[in-house]
Design a protein around this ligand. Structure first.
Ligand SMILES: [Ca+2]
Ligand SMILES: [Ca+2]
Ligand SMILES: [Ca+2]
Length: 288
């Protein structure tokens, strides 16, 4: 490729393809590139000029604001969470702080063997999320569960789109490049994923935050009892089970589930194989 000519003296241009192609050499997932590029390209002309690049560079190094839009100029921050939320460059603060609030780090859990009990937990989630019960998890199932939630809460207007988008973000995070997943595929891909170092160090926070955000309908950073019941209803778990599970999640008993309480339950559910773990019923009674 030819080196681009300078548009005018003192102004260089970096083409988007260069930034995108350049990312893998830094070991940053390329899917992060588009969002970072859009943030860097402040005037939206499809190119990052040297002044736009300089601004990103200076904001990254000389700012200590956890919500600075350039925080993810080099991809998701370590020990924090990954991609954008609501179209901004940084995740909500409560998500960023999550890894500092949890009592046991994901890397402290031993590798999973994929015991019959663990698979039963994974199958339970699969069957909850396979809303049309056709044996495959697809985007359609996530549309159905979102619609269940919308109907249950009676929401209207912009909130409808917001709820739908959050569910579809969750599907995108689960599906990766697949368009449908069978129960066996889901269970085996979950097992290899949760044993990956990248998941334990970083990716799990993205999943936790994405899932938390699908339940925290009013985005106040806490799951209320009503939000929890609505979530259970949406994935076809009788709401009668919500009360008991909520009491287990809310370890400090303040009547709300915070991100660290949620993260703890998520990690205990996915990263343990103890048939007596108190978080086994995070998705309602286990299926047979
Ligand atoms: Ca299905
Ligand atoms: Ca809330
Ligand atoms: Ca609480």
């Amino acid at each position: 490729m030819d080196i681009p000519q300078r548009a005018s003296p003192g102004i260089s241009k970096i083409f988007p393809t260069n930034l995108r192609n350049g990312k893998p050499t830094l070991d940053i997932p390329t899917e992060c590139s588009k969002d970072v590029f859009d943030i860097m390209d402040a005037n939206g002309d499809g190119l990052v000029s040297i002044d736009e690049f300089a601004e990103g560079f200076l904001e990254f190094w000389f700012s200590e604001d956890p919500n600075n839009i350039y925080n993810q100029a080099y991809g998701p921050l370590l020990g924090g969470v990954g991609p954008r939320f609501d179209g901004i460059g940084s995740p909500p603060l409560h998500c960023t702080l999550m890894s500092q609030l949890i009592s046991k780090m994901p890397t402290d859990y031993p590798l999973l063997t994929g015991s019959a009990h663990w698979k039963r937990k994974a199958r339970t989630i699969f069957q909850r999320l396979d809303a049309n019960a056709d044996g495959y998890m697809t985007k359609e199932d996530f549309v159905i569960t979102a619609q269940n939630l919308i109907d249950f809460l009676g929401v209207k207007g912009e909130k409808v789109e917001h709820i739908m988008n959050r569910r579809l973000e969750l599907w995108a995070a689960i599906a990766g490049d697949k368009t449908r997943l069978s129960e066996d595929e889901y269970c085996s891909s979950c097992l290899s994923l949760v044993n990956e170092r990248h998941f334990r160090l970083e990716l799990c926070y993205t999943f936790i935050c994405t899932e938390f955000n699908t339940i925290d309908i009013d985005s106040d950073g806490f799951i209320s009892k009503e939000e929890h019941a609505a979530y259970f209803h949406s994935v076809n778990i009788p709401t009668t089970y919500s009360k008991d599970n909520f009491a287990i999640l809310d370890t400090d008993g303040d009547g709300l589930v915070s991100i660290d309480e949620f993260a703890e339950s998520y990690l205990e559910f996915w990263l343990t194989e103890d048939p007596n773990n108190i978080y086994n019923q995070n998705y309602g009674p286990l299926v047979d």
